[in-house]
Design a protein around this ligand. Structure first.
Ligand code: HEM
Ligand code: HEM
Length: 159
């Protein structure tokens, strides 16, 4: 079992964070265009819309790449701690991977097939993503400043 994440794995983790921030910043154009599309109005694939579609597509591809890397190279063991803590970390990581896959799929079904329900699912999953990322960041801060167990170093290029 490796003792740290690979360089590629760490880079994909942090690039994904930046992409997810951009997905939250650039959604007005696609949200408006989607509402217009549902009303039957012709919509143009403007650059701000393309940024959301391609950004989300990259999140999807990077998540699948990380899962493939986890399966082929393995990942470091869970941080030391009570069983409940290890289980919670596993569940949150699994949930984050699930959302990094399901959000782009629901967005694509909404946008390319014009399905209103997929748009609604996308909005619900967006809230779930914010909640899980919030928990994830609080946990990382707790490890760093509460437990002081150096867990952050595993996701750092400086090791
Ligand atoms: C992880 C990737 C993604 C994230 C984090 C994300 C995030 C968001 C957010 C925050 C909104 C605004 C929702 C609201 O107004 O409450 C939104 C709307 C939307 N996104 Fe995404 N998105 C992602 C991927 C995609 C992809 C790949 C597509 C299309 C191919 C897409 C299509 C849409 C559409 C059509 C809307 C409007 C939905 C509606 O208003 O009901 N998204 N997205
Ligand atoms: C400021 C924001 C973030 C911080 C400080 C952070 C920190 C960390 C740390 C320290 C780990 C290693 C945990 C371990 O080895 O047990 C980790 C893993 C992980 N993080 Fe984050 N993270 C952040 C944002 C995100 C975001 C936005 C996502 C996805 C939406 C995410 C998804 C994951 C996943 C799935 C793992 C499991 C390891 C893997 O990549 O396979 N993180 N994070």
């Amino acid at each position: 079992m490796p003792t740290s994440y690979s360089r590629a794995h760490i880079i994909l983790h942090w690039v994904t964070l930046l992409l997810i921030i951009q997905q939250f910043v650039f959604h007005d154009a696609i949200s408006e265009a989607f509402r217009a599309m549902l009303r039957g109005t012709e919509v143009v694939f403007a650059p701000a819309i393309a940024a959301h579609v391609f950004g989300g597509f990259l999140v999807f591809v990077f998540a699948l790449t990380r899962i493939a890397m986890r399966l082929s190279n393995g990942v470091p063991p869970e941080a030391e701690g009570p069983a409940a803590q290890k289980l919670a970390a596993k569940a949150v990581h699994l949930g984050l991977f699930g959302l990094m896959i399901a959000l782009p799929i629901s967005g694509a079904v909404a946008w390319f097939q014009g399905v209103a329900a997929a748009g609604e699912a996308h909005e619900v999953m967006k809230v779930a993503l914010m909640a899980l990322v919030g928990l994830h960041v609080v946990a990382a801060l707790w490890h760093q400043f509460g437990l002081k167990d150096g867990l952050m170093r595993r996701m750092s290029l400086r090791g």
